[in-house]
Structure formats: structure tokens, C-alpha cells
Design a binder for this molecule. Sequence first.
Ligand code: ZN
Length: 80
Amino acid sequence: MSARGDEIVALIRNPDHRVDVRTAGAEPVVIGALLVLGSAASPYFAERGVPIEAVSRVPFDLWVPAECPLCASGQALADP
Ligand SMILES: [Zn+2]
């Protein structure tokens, strides 16, 4: 980013703090992550106009309880 003349004015770890960044007059431009699990994060942040750059992405299935196919099938919980 600095190569194209942009200046980093803040680094936040909690996405909810982007409001603080905007209040300070800056604009969140990218989410940087070492690892992204699953596919939920990309559309979530895309809707907010902030892409994710990740070193690694790993498929990971996660559902809300009402939509969980394992719960719907009556599958018992197991120790990890
Ligand atoms: Zn479940």
C-alpha cells in the first residue's frame, strides 16, 4: 500500500472498531489474516466494502443451530 502512496494510519484487530477508524477520518481498506476458516467471512466483509487478504484459507463447515444438518439428523455430540 505504501508503494502506491497510501499511508497506514491505524491497525485494528476487532472489526467492530472500523467505526472508530471512520470516525477518525480514515477508511478501512483491507482485512489481513494468517488463516481464514470457512467461507462466511469473505461475503460478510465484502458487503462492508473491505476485502480479506489471507495467507491461508481452510474449508470449515459451521452452521447456526437451526440450520445445522447434523442436529437435524439427530447425530449425537462427540468429544473432539
Ligand atoms: Zn449441530
